[in-house]
Write a protein of this length. Structure first.
Length: 545
């Protein structure tokens, strides 16, 4: 037998070397234009009277949207905004939100979205500082909430912008398109810079374009600070569709839509029978239950997708059918790669479980001002070479025999709650900043809630929850905070998370054990260091009640 060839695949059999590329590399597809705002401009020229968006009875045409965005872009350029800059977009769902987003892109800057109705003041201040957003766009009614350091400017989107031409500086595909903030392990969100090349590659190729055409109505259901909202908004407008921006009633917007992009949590709140127009659905952001996928796949083209913010919305997609043996996340999208690697970053044979790394045009520009985290999560791509980088997703997966990716959970404690990514350590870090709190642990109780445990037992739970609400997005706030004198430990000296989860589950249970203690309380007592058992028993019983 000939020796395996040298290089990063040399340890694999010839068959696995072949399948490594056959399964792990998406199709090579040209992208018509790397600048999404130019695609919107083309639709405005083709059919200026077509409705670009509607919201609570108001509409805007493509022609009017393009004119208003042009006027805003000219204003931004006059204010000194240039390619490479970041401009804050602190808004609620609205038509002016679209004007602001497109105006920023036309000016050559990257937009930095935050839902000003949900983000706490400390988070807005951190975003302004970390992204260096010298200019922030918002509505007049929210302007007072925008933190405004010296030298910063707030422009209100509902004030008319007189058009005065201003030259647009040249723009490169590797300039930023948007900056999204994900929760960080230090308790402060991390800004991820995503380029025009990244976004155009997923939205202007198929299946990422979702087959959207003029006349299609695309529901806009998600928080603007969530990267899947960019899929809704820009995915619609770059293909000439009509964006149906929801008000308070999510179902009302979905009922008149042809295309829905959502997290499984959001989708689970919608009834397919009440959405007769829907012909295409895409879900991502968290694992999708098989029954939910099957239910919608009987009515529409259903795409199960996966990909963190750092790999640009999604980098794998699968058209699911109810007859499929598995619900998978499919294969890499065009011009992208996925590698299943071991702890030493070596490719694993087909069928073995490993960590998924993403390569190709999906790989974003990295975290703002965090060299250590960039070094940990981004690395040179030894498989593509030629200066390419790959990203460590921390998702576990394996290839099926026919080349589909099975998603098998996370390698760390980064979880999804209500479709949003939450790093549990970021919540615990904020809790540990509360006066008197010596230690905190946060766990995902279910798909919609977190539970936190703090010690010592005299930490006030309401004060602790308010601290998280003031520092982090609403979906990071634990539903319960349980004070304990000590946190139970495993025999290896680590926090016994399973015991804590059992305690949380039994907190609302009606029955007690014959001894008057829950199993979790007994486990915590047994795991506590010597001499603490009596104090721990009393406090745990109080917390569980």
């Amino acid at each position: 037998m000939p020796a395996h060839p040298p290089g990063p695949l040399g340890h694999l059999t010839p068959r696995d070397q072949h399948l490594f590329w056959r399964y792990g590399r998406g199709p090579t597809v040209p992208v018509s234009d790397p600048f999404l705002h130019r695609a919107v401009e083309r639709w405005a020229a083709i059919d200026p009277y077509a409705v670009a968006a509607e919201h609570q009875g108001a509409t805007i045409t493509y022609g009017e949207l393009d004119r208003r965005a042009d006027a805003l872009a000219a204003r931004l350029v006059r204010e000194g905004v240039r390619p490479g800059d970041h401009v804050g977009l602190f808004v609620r769902r609205s038509i002016p939100m679209l004007v602001g987003l497109l105006g920023i892109l036309k000016a050559g800057a990257a937009y930095v979205p935050q839902d000003i109705g949900l983000a706490p003041p400390t988070q807005l201040a951190h975003v302004v500082s970390a992204a260096r957003t010298r200019v922030v766009l918002t509505a007049a009614e929210h302007a007072h909430r925008v933190p405004l350091p010296d030298g910063h400017l707030v422009i209100t989107l509902d004030a008319p912008q007189p058009y005065a031409p201003a030259p647009r500086p040249p723009l490169h595909p590797d300039h930023g398109c948007y900056v999204l903030f994900t929760s960080g392990t230090t308790g402060r969100p991390n800004g991820v810079k995503v380029t025009h090349r990244n976004v155009a590659n997923i939205l202007l190729t198929e299946p990422g374009g979702l087959g959207i055409r003029p006349g299609d109505r695309v529901a806009q259901l998600l928080n603007v600070a969530f990267d899947m909202a960019a899929w809704e908004i820009l995915g619609c407008l770059t293909h000439g569709g009509t964006l149906v921006i929801r008000g308070k009633d999510t179902a009302a917007a979905a009922r008149t839509a042809d295309v829905i992009i959502a997290t499984p949590t959001v989708l689970s709140g919608l009834d397919p029978a009440a959405c007769p127009r829907v012909h295409t659905v895409a879900v991502a952001g968290e694992p999708c239950p098989r029954p939910l996928a099957d239910r919608w796949a009987r009515q529409a083209a259903f795409h199960n997708c996966c990909g963190p913010t750092e790999t640009t919305i999604v980098n794998t997609m699968h058209r699911h059918r109810p007859t499929d043996p598995l619900l998978t996340i499919g294969r890499p999208t065009p011009n992208n790669t996925v590698y299943v690697l071991d702890a030493d970053r070596r490719p694993l044979p087909i069928g073995e479980v490993g960590e998924m790394w993403a390569g190709g045009d999906c790989v974003s520009a990295g975290y703002l001002g965090n060299d250590a985290l960039n070094a940990e999560r981004y690395a040179p791509d030894p498989f593509l070479g030629a200066g390419h980088r790959m990203f460590r997703t921390r998702d576990l997966g394996r290839w099926t025999p026919d080349g589909e990716l099975e998603h098998l959970g996370r390698t760390d404690d980064q979880v999804k709650v209500r479709g949003f990514r939450v790093e549990l350590d970021s919540v615990s870090s904020v809790l540990e900043s509360v006066e008197g709190c010596a230690r905190a642990v946060t766990l995902r109780r279910d798909a919609r809630s977190l539970v936190s445990f703090v010690c010592p037992a005299d930490v006030d739970p309401d004060t602790a929850r308010r601290a998280v609400a003031d520092a982090l997005p609403y979906y990071c706030v634990p539903e319960d905070v349980m004070p304990l004198p000590f946190l139970p430990e495993t025999d290896r000296g680590k926090i016994d998370k399973q015991a804590l989860l059992r305690m949380a589950g039994e907190r609302t249970a009606e029955g007690r054990t014959a001894e008057g203690r829950t199993a979790a309380e007994r486990t915590a007592e047994e795991r506590a260091p010597a001499g603490r058992a009596a104090d721990q028993r009393s406090a745990l019983q109080g917390a569980a009640r």
